[in-house]
Design a binder for this molecule. Sequence first.
Ligand SMILES: NC(=O)c1ccc[n+]([C@@H]2O[C@H](COP(=O)([O-])OP(=O)(O)OC[C@H]3O[C@@H](n4cnc5c(N)ncnc54)[C@H](OP(=O)(O)O)[C@@H]3O)[C@@H](O)[C@H]2O)c1
Length: 236
Amino acid sequence: MNVRNSVVFVTGANRGLGLAFAKAAHALGASKVYVGMRNPEGFEAPGLTPVKLDVTDEASVKAAAALCKDTTLLVNNAGIVSLMNGPLDSNMIELSQTLMNTNYYGIIRVSQAFAPILAANGGGAFINVLSDATWLSVPMLAAYAASKSAAWSLTNALRLQLKPQGTHVLALHVGFLDTDMTKGFDMPKSSPDVVARKVYAGLEEGALEVLADEGTLQVKSTLSSAEPVYFNPPSF
Ligand SMILES: NC(=O)c1ccc[n+]([C@@H]2O[C@H](COP(=O)([O-])OP(=O)(O)OC[C@H]3O[C@@H](n4cnc5c(N)ncnc54)[C@H](OP(=O)(O)O)[C@@H]3O)[C@@H](O)[C@H]2O)c1
C-alpha cells in the first residue's frame, strides 16, 4: 500500500516515534494524518489533525474510531516502558498489568475498533510497533518484553485474520530509539524519523516485518540457532 493519498491514524503521536510516523506520512503525501493523543490541548503541527485517544480506555478508542471513519492506515504506536528488578520484583504483576494494558490490550482495543473501518475503506494496513525486546528479554525489562512478545503474537494472528478483508499487517521490530523513552540512557540509538521512513518504505514494498536496525537484525538471525542471543545477551 502507498502512503501517498492514504488517511493515516497514528496512536501516541504527540511525541517520539509516533510524531515521526505522523510527520513522515504528511511529507510522503498522505491526504490526512490523524494524530491520536491523550491530551490534544495546545497541540499544533502543520498537516496533522489531533484526536483525543487513550488506548487503555475502550470508550475513548471507540470515540476516536467514530470520528475517523476514513482511516486507511493505522499505526499502533502508543507504548510505555517501566524498569524493574526483574521477574522476581514484588511489583512484577502490577507492572505487567499496567504495561499489558497499554502495549498489548491497547493494540487489541484499537484493532477491534479500526479493522472494520479499514475493511470498509478497501483493506488498508496496520503497522504495529514492537521491539527487539519481543525476542530478547533482560530482567530489568521483563514486563515490557513480555508485553511486546504478547503484541507480536497478537500481530501474527491479526495478520491471518485480516488477510481475507485485504488488510495488510506489518510488524516493526526496533532497538533503542532517540526518544523520551530512552532519555538519560547513554547508548547508540536510532533516529525515529529514519525508522518511520524505513517502515513506510517497507509497507510500500509489501513487507510483513521491518527490522529497523543492525542489532535487531542480529537478534532475529540467532533465533533458530543452537545459541540464540536470549541465552546470553552481549550487554548482560
Ligand atoms: N524508545 C525506544 O527505544 C523504543 C524501542 C523499541 C520500541 N519502542 C516502541 O515505540 C513506541 C513509541 O515509543 P517512543 O520511544 O516514541 O516513546 P515515548 O517518547 O515515551 O512516547 C510514547 C508515546 O505513547 C503515548 N502513550 C502512552 N500511553 C498512551 C495511552 N494510554 N494512550 C495513548 N497514547 C499513549 C505517549 O503519550 P503521552 O505524551 O500522553 O505520555 C507518547 O506519545 C512504543 O510502542 C515503544 O514501546 C520504543
